[in-house]
Design a protein. Structure first.
Lengths: 147, 147
């Protein structure tokens, strides 16, 4: 089992970052504009990336003090059953985001890609919470021949 | 043991990407402007980031067909003994870079940071090889309260 880890700091209140990772409007502002679902524990979120497909998540935890956890229920085979964990902490003027995408079975090439891609979307989250505008799909930063 | 993985694709010849990760001038163009050393197997490279310190690497492998490997010999305690592995492959108009920073003992918060930071420097490598100009230290993208 191998994990993708990231850390960014947003110069924004924790509540703003929490909203950006828990509301449909927030998620659509930094990850993919095509986000639908119900933001409650046990609820489902569907994230789509045009022809590249997408992911369905079940919300496992939602704690406004600074913890969010999703379980992937549908999407690419490598993603199904993996979990995505968010911890938010205030430090000085920053809200620190500690991100984990846990439970990959093998460190396949697609996992390398997803690690870099998560970094670009986390920087998009930082831009959204600091400047009011992120770079969600389909306006994401170009990183390679893969979406 | 946990690893940092990334994948980027550069619209550039493999030789150009190889030079960017093996010559002092190349490394100074995307990672840190303060790079010195001798680019040969068994040689040492020293990367410095101002007050944040830096890393010393021993070059373990240099294969112009598409493989480079470094061993960290000095720097932050978490980095010493870890290894950084580069594989370059041509695919269509892209040179695909498969990057691993292997052998972390624990998934500490600093590892989360380094994972995101590597992503930004790999995108700097992409910019350098495609557009002739990267974003090495001290001009790197801001990601948090840490350098």
């Amino acid at each position: 089992m191998v994990d993708i880890l990231h850390r960014v700091g947003c110069v924004a209140p924790l509540d703003d970052v929490y909203r950006a990772v828990t509301t449909i409007e927030g998620l659509a502002g930094w990850w993919t504009a095509d986000t639908v679902g119900k933001s409650e524990v046990g609820g489902q979120l569907a994230f789509r990336f045009g022809e590249a497909g997408g992911f369905d998540m079940e919300i496992v935890d939602l704690d406004p003090a600074g913890h969010v956890r999703w379980r992937v229920t549908d999407g690419p085979a490598e993603w199904i059953g993996t979990e995505i964990d968010w911890r938010l902490e205030r430090r000085g003027e920053y809200t620190i985001v500690l991100f984990k995408h846990e439970g990959w079975r093998e460190p396949v090439e697609f996992m390398h890609h997803c690690s870099t891609r998560w970094a670009t979307f986390l920087l998009s989250l930082k831009e959204l919470t600091e400047q009011g505008r992120g770079r969600p799909f389909p306006d994401q930063v170009d990183i390679s021949d893969w979406t």
